[in-house]
Design a binder for this molecule. Sequence first.
Ligand code: SAM
Length: 314
Amino acid sequence: MTAGRRPESDWTVSYFGRVYGEVYRRHLLSPERTRQEAEFAKRVLGLTPGGRVLDLAAGFGRHARLLAREYWVVALDRNREYLATARKGLRGAPGRRLAPVAADMRALPFGAAGFDAVLLLFNSFGYFHAEPCDDTPAAGISHREVWRLPRVFYERNLVGADHGVYRLGALGRAAEARAGASASATADPNMIILDGAARVLRPGGGFLMEQPNPRPVLAAVAEHPRRHFSVGRFSVEEEFRYDPARRVLENRTVFRGPDITETAQYRLRLYTRDELVRALRQRGLRVVAVYGGYDGERYRAGDSECILVHAVRR
Ligand SMILES: C[S@@+](CC[C@H](N)C(=O)[O-])C[C@H]1O[C@@H](n2cnc3c(N)ncnc32)[C@H](O)[C@@H]1O
């Protein structure tokens, strides 16, 4: 899409467009990196063959595709084109085991306790903000919409018969309540995603979440508020601004390709390790470990690559 065609408030749709998909999938996120991340997830989550995994904000399914070699995987994302890529070319058992679900991660269309593990990887949390905009939880969700997994999931009793039915009743009311509450300074509209993850995990099931590590990110932004790089056929110009009052990192990116220029932006709420740990505990998750990267080193606030939290549903 070209500059200005989508409203800024809907950045979670406009930023994750075709060019982002191409630049990140083809150039910035290497297969080796993705393999390392998927192996790490398998190891720390202690998944057993045939386990049921929900990959939240799965994007083009780079983790989901690998995990579907051994597990039943639901790849959930709002971008249908990314989901089509996630499924593309997968044959045999992995093809049957990967179910793409187009939905909003703030209103999960699944029954309680249906998954052995939930993933929320690569900075996919912190997208929603308390100030008025159309980021509210119910935005873009049709109240009557029903998502179903492929039949094999029901036939093999991997999920209950009602799995995939989006019931507006309880979920819609919760979403509306949160949207209302978000007007207050303390409410955080992102927390509904953790509520949902905790709800769909079975007791003992594992949650893995990867977020940016604020200190090094903000140091880098302070030093280089603008950066420019080229990958493949694209040049990428990024400009950053941090709003300390709202704790939001704002980015404006211009992607230039041979026949396209896309201007997009994102607004990411940053969290400290302690804030994430507290939020997970409040939702009945026990934090097992906090890592600073996918080679399993311990998290260090000053210089870790990311905050990688492993928690277990009580
Ligand atoms: C940074 S990408 C991460 C993708 C993937 N986890 C990975 O590691 O490559 C974030 C993804 O979140 C999706 N997304 C944004 N808002 C969403 C929402 N409300 N519900 C579901 N997916 C959403 C975007 O479409 C995008 O694919």
